[in-house]
Design a protein around this ligand. Structure first.
Ligand code: CA
Length: 236
């Protein structure tokens, strides 16, 4: 699996760089922004697993950035503030941040908090896979194996990653960009049509075991796994 991505939004360059060094040493992929102006776009395009967000930023402050991200994304956010007294005020604003860290901090502490927040937010994916399992789709990411209704699926690595992604949240719509992001390290070389053809092949392999459209295309938006609808279609 690809390393989890952490977006660091911090206007003190030395601090930002230090954090990225520690995050990368801990196995994360880190990217930094020096202000909040491009934050929402970066969250959308790069799909980080977590955002470290400094409160005091030039251009657009952390509060606005947090609200802006929350308007479209549930990505875990850790807010960083320079004053411990401020944390109470921030909690009162109900921004939807997942944790708060006060400066000065040790980068080691930040990495520990990042790991803790990611651990807490992971049950969602597990819950998704549990739901898929209950509906007959079993994904074993460690063994790189998948089964539908007790029959092993013969999948290419790309098809496997695609299915694992969709099964992490059955019913949720994943945009083409999100799909591209999870499937390829460098998705600039891949076109939408490539994704469509992988989807088509995966759909055919699933359909050979359980007739019906398990992967729905949502026109102009993306794809979702629809295990329920396939169940409904079974009696016919
Ligand atoms: Ca700052």
């Amino acid at each position: 699996m690809n390393p989890a991505r952490v977006l660091v939004i911090e206007d003190e360059p030395k601090l930002a760089e230090l954090l990225c060094v520690y995050l990368e040493a801990a196995g994360f992929e880190a990217r930094r922004l020096g202000d909040g102006l491009e934050a929402a776009r970066e969250v959308r395009d790069w799909s980080p697993a977590l955002v470290l967000l400094d409160l005091m930023l030039p251009g657009k402050d952390g509060l606005d950035v947090c609200r802006e991200i929350r308007a479209f994304s549930a990505v875990p956010i850790i807010m960083v503030t320079a004053r411990v007294e401020e944390i109470d005020r921030l909690l009162g604003l109900e921004l939807g941040a997942d944790d708060y860290i006060c400066k000065p901090y040790s980068p080691r502490e930040v990495v520990a908090r990042v790991k803790a927040v990611l651990r807490r937010s992971r049950p969602d994916a597990t819950a998704g896979q549990e739901a898929a399992r209950a509906a007959g789709l079993v994904i074993d990411e460690d063994a790189y194996r998948a089964q539908l209704d007790g029959t092993a699926l013969e999948l290419t690595p790309v098809e496997f990653r695609l299915l694992a992604l969709l099964a992490s949240a059955p019913g949720r719509i994943f945009s083409r960009d999100q799909v591209l992001d999870r499937l390829y390290d460098d998705h600039r070389v891949v076109t939408d049509r490539t994704v469509d053809s992988h989807v088509k092949n995966l759909r055919r392999k699933l359909g050979a075991i359980r007739p019906g459209d398990l992967i729905r295309s949502v026109y102009g938006v993306g794809y979702r796994l629809d295990l329920q609808a396939a169940d409904d279609a079974e009696p016919h």
